[in-house]
Each structure stands twice: as C-alpha cells, then as structure tokens.
Design a protein around this ligand. Structure first.
Ligand SMILES: [Zn+2]
Length: 187
C-alpha cells in the first residue's frame, strides 16, 4: 500500500512539473467562456504568430485582450480570441481560446489541430522583446510535452498560408542557432 502511495505521489509530482503556473487565465484577466463542443480538436501542431499591429510597450494588455475578445465575437462571429496563448510585450502569458477548441484565422489555412501562440507586436516593424522569446520557449516546451508535438511540427503561420506573419524580425530569430538548439532539446 505504501509503495502504491509513493507511486501516486511521484506521479502527481511529475504531472505538477508541467503545471501552467506562468499562465494568466481568462478568468484572471476578465475574459468570458463560450462553450461550443463542435470546435473540439486534438493538438498535433504548434504554430507561431505575431499580433500584426504595432503594440507600444505602455499599452494595457488586459484592456487589449478584453477588446479583442469582444471584436472576435461581435465583428468576426468567432467563438473567442483566435489564438490559444497570447504573449504580451513584457513576456506575460495570457490564456486565449481554450486549447481544446480549434482556433480561427483571417487567412486560408485550416487551424484544426494547431495550438496557436501569438506574440503581441508587428515584427515587420518592431523588435521582439527578450522577455517574449523566453515566454515563447516556456509555452512551446509546455505544449510540445503536454500534447506530444514533434519539433518539426513547430512552425509559423507563413509556413501554412500566404502571409507575412509572424514578421521578419521574429522569423529571423526562429532561424537562429539559439531557437534550433532549443527545438533540438525538446523530447
Ligand atoms: Zn498569423
């Protein structure tokens, strides 16, 4: 009995290593749920985006997310924010659409099976912040492990659709040895 108890504790502890203690949930930032079981999907890919609009460092992320959620629902008739994880300029990570619901896009690829991660900013114009890169690694490592996504299935929006997303400055970073050795280190 004692043996099984220690096994259970070991199991719980190892699960807990992958807890998302870095995540600011929808509830935390004042977002609201919208249930739609027809959107359910299984994750096979991780796909990286930029927000596409210039995001000044002093702009309020929470207000931005609340407005993005309203716009997604009222203007686009989407269930929620199109992305699952939103990385702010200061590196904070906000929960977007629940991961078990497929995302949405203004372009032509089918986001079913994709975990969509967005870094706020326009990286054709703005620099990516070091804090955003660190958080991108945290989110990617978590998703790759939790959803068993292989390194070759971790790509960017423009690998699937006609778009500049995620912008040349972020794409430039994703072509570096630093990012590639990070990907190679994932199991
Ligand atoms: Zn994109």
């Amino acid at each position: 009995m004692k043996f099984f108890l220690s096994l259970l504790l070991l199991f719980l502890f190892s699960q807990n290593q992958f807890a998302q203690n870095w995540l600011i949930t929808q509830e935390d930032w004042g977002g609201t749920d919208s249930v739609d079981s027809s959107l359910e999907h299984e994750i096979s890919y991780i796909t990286i985006h930029h927000g596409g609009e210039i995001f000044p460092d002093d702009k309020n992320t929470v207000t931005y997310l609340q407005n993005l959620q309203k716009w997604s629902r009222s203007d686009r008739k989407w269930n929620d924010i199109p992305y699952h994880y939103v990385i702010a300029r200061d590196g904070k990570v906000y929960e977007g659409r629940p991961l078990n619901y497929r995302g949405d896009t203004n372009t032509t690829y089918d986001p079913t099976g994709h975990a969509l991660v967005v870094l706020l900013g326009n990286f054709e114009e703005q620099e990516v912040k070091a804090e955003q890169i660190e958080s991108l690694k945290t989110v990617t490592a978590y998703l790759a492990k939790q959803e068993s996504v292989a390194a070759e299935k971790i790509q960017t929006h423009k690998d699937y659709a006609e778009t500049l997303c995620p912008g040349k400055k972020l794409t430039g970073y994703l072509n570096t040895r630093d990012w590639n050795s990070f990907l190679n280190g994932l199991d």
